[in-house]
Design a protein around this ligand. Structure first.
Ligand SMILES: Cc1cc2nc3c(=O)[nH]c(=O)nc-3n(C[C@H](O)[C@H](O)[C@H](O)COP(=O)(O)OP(=O)(O)OC[C@H]3O[C@@H](n4cnc5c(N)ncnc54)[C@H](O)[C@@H]3O)c2cc1C
Length: 382
């Protein structure tokens, strides 16, 4: 085992971890970004999220300056298909997840002070006088000790907090989602009212047992490119079976190929199961639904957020509770502090929040802003 000079250790290279890493690199802080998988981007790239929420308020103005604004510029510059899009009363950035992955990879490469370690997990945390002094990580079967300036749990499921004290985490129960990207669609095939008619046709077929029950709650969304669409299945993570869902998708594909504009449809990409709430931490403060609805300000705010409460109930499905027009709320640093440790933080979708507060604050733009705001607050904004 060898010890390196101290670095900011970030576990998880999803939206939150990426923002933490870039914000730290801009302050010349050495960063070790540990990712358990072999790819960057977390849920966005793994679960094929193409409608990035949380970057804009309900007027379509950017909520948080800094990395969020720069990310939008980079995504728009990288592809003529990246664009701002109105969905109901919200604004999102429509982006091909593959473009997102390329853009973030290029962005990290601009900073030699960020070292990304893939297929790496923390397996021991050394605490001394309310600080994490070092962590031991395993990479390709080899253990290594890393000295830490600070540690951020950006794993989306509070893995590092759990390893310190599992009682500090409450399990989530929100519905999970499986997203499938279809290509070969005639452009405009989902334009109003055609998409609605197709959705009804699919749901009716599911009711009549012509299609599997998983199709009864399916959503359809137009894609980023004109000849693609996204199928969105809503599933329980507990009963998820990947092979079964691949078979369900094939059955659905054969069914919709008979629909006008879908004759040449094919599966372009099948996502990993996306889990909306994989556990939330009990931090120094827990953000509440009332905080969101009151548009609460905090003295230790790290960022602003304004997404509606998009709660995916395990039995009843999704409900959308909009915040009052023009409202935004703040996320405080105290909701990112945990366990009385002075250099340990949690950020992103597993931060300290009530389930319905998390159901708003977990969107991609808020995770970017939370990560950047946390690093700037702890290390000082240069
Ligand atoms: C089905 C679904 C649909 C969604 N739709 C939208 C949408 O349309 N718009 C929107 O804005 N948001 C959407 N979201 C929410 C949003 O995508 C996520 O909440 C957000 O991306 C979470 O970012 P994160 O960085 O906190 O965590 P994640 O993206 O989960 O990243 C965590 C990273 O940590 C890694 N990791 C996990 N454990 C460890 C470990 N022990 N050590 C090292 N690495 C580890 C993971 O591999 C992953 O790369 C959706 C989520 C789901 C599940």
């Amino acid at each position: 085992m060898s010890a390196l000079s101290p670095a900011l250790v970030i576990a998880g290279a999803g939206a939150t971890g990426l923002a933490c890493a870039l914000a730290a690199a801009r302050q010349n802080i050495p960063v070790l970004l540990l990712e358990q998988s072999a790819q960057l981007g977390g849920t966005v790239t793994g679960a094929l999220i193409h409608t990035l929420g949380g970057f804009f308020d309900d007027r379509g103005d950017i909520l948080n300056p800094g990395l969020s604004a720069e990310l939008i510029d980079r995504l728009v510059e990288a592809s003529p298909f990246s664009c701002k899009r109105r969905i109901g009363k919200t604004w999102v950035l429509n982006v091909d997840p593959a473009i997102y992955q390329q853009v973030i990879s290029d962005w990290l490469n601009e900073y030699p002070s960020i070292k990304v370690c893939y297929q790496t997990r923390i397996n021991h945390v050394a605490i001394n006088a309310s600080r994490i002094d070092a962590v031991t990580v395993t990479c390709n079967g080899q253990s290594r000790k890393l000295n830490t300036l600070a540690v951020i749990d950006a794993t989306g499921r509070a893995d590092i907090v759990r390893s310190i004290d599992s009682r500090l985490v409450t399990e989530g129960s929100a519905l999970a989602g499986l997203i499938v990207q279809l290509g070969g669609i005639s452009p405009g095939a989902l334009d109003f009212p055609k998409g609605l008619a197709l959705l009804r046709h699919i749901r009716k077929a599911a009711e009549n047992h012509e299609l599997p029950p998983e199709c009864a709650t399916l959503w359809l969304d137009s894609g980023v490119h004109p000849e693609e669409i996204y199928l969105k299945f809503n599933l329980s993570a507990k009963s998820y079976d990947r092979e079964h869902m691949i078979a369900v998708t094939q059955q659905l594909l054969a069914f919709i190929q008979a629909w006008p504009g879908f004759a040449k449809a094919f599966v372009r990409c099948h996502s990993q199961l996306g889990i909306r709430d994989e556990g939330r931490v009990h931090g120094d403060y827990t953000l509440t639904e009332a905080d969101l609805k009151q548009g609460r300000h905090f003295d230790d705010a790290v960022c602003r957020a304004a997404w509606p409460i998009e709660y995916w109930h395990p039995e009843h499905g999704v409900s959308l509770d909009y915040l009052p027009t023009g409202h935004s709320y703040e996320i405080p640093l105290s909701a990112l502090k945990v366990g009385g440790l002075t250099n340990f933080f949690v950020a992103g979708k597993c931060f300290s929040a009530e389930p319905r507060a998390q159901a708003s604050a977990r969107v991609v733009g808020s995770c970017w802003a939370m990560g950047e705001g946390l690093v700037n607050a702890h290390f000082g904004d240069s």
